[in-house]
Design a binder for this molecule. Structure first.
Ligand code: CMP
Length: 140
């Protein structure tokens, strides 16, 4: 079933430093999604810890928080039919070695941490992350 959704996407510091943002935006547009909000920011520790709160007990928690606060990221809201799952397909598996050929992570990730991009993994996560990163609302 097809449903209009909005999902949260973040190009991580490695993707920004490597100037992959324009290419990533082009790929999202090419699957028919629409960029409705964008913020270019270096996340605070609090923002990063809240974003990755679900992973608090995992061994990689502090590393992923350090990584995400190490430089500017591009936070985006993308809208379209089945945007959450369509974006996840375009992004590829978290583990770059398992990502399908042609996905963003298969093409660009260098490790499980430096995996270039984050995308919400479900409707609840998307709602939580959009509210967290765009507290003033979307389309700003
Ligand atoms: P992301 O989709 O942003 O969600 C959690 C992030 O933690 C993940 O991408 C990876 O970048 C990072 N990470 C680091 N180590 C691991 C690991 N062993 N398993 C899963 N995610 C990891």
């Amino acid at each position: 079933m097809s449903e209009s959704q909005t999902t949260f996407i973040m190009v991580k510091p490695d993707g920004v430093k490597r100037e992959l943002v324009d290419e990533i935006i082009r790929r999202f547009e090419s699957i028919g999604l629409t960029l409705i909000s964008r913020r270019d920011i270096t996340p605070s520790l609090e923002l990063a810890e809240t974003h990755y709160g679900i992973h608090k007990e995992r061994p990689f928690f502090s590393e992923v928080v350090d990584f995400i606060t190490s430089g500017p990221v591009v936070a985006m809201a993308w809208m379209g039919e089945n945007a959450i799952s369509e974006a996840r397909k375009l992004i590829g598996a978290t583990n770059w070695e398992e990502a399908e050929p042609g996905t963003i992570r298969a093409d660009f990730a260098r490790s499980i941490e430096e995996n270039v991009i984050h995308g919400s993994d479900g409707e609840d996560t998307a709602a939580f992350e959009l509210e967290l990163w765009f507290p003033d609302g979307l389309e700003s």
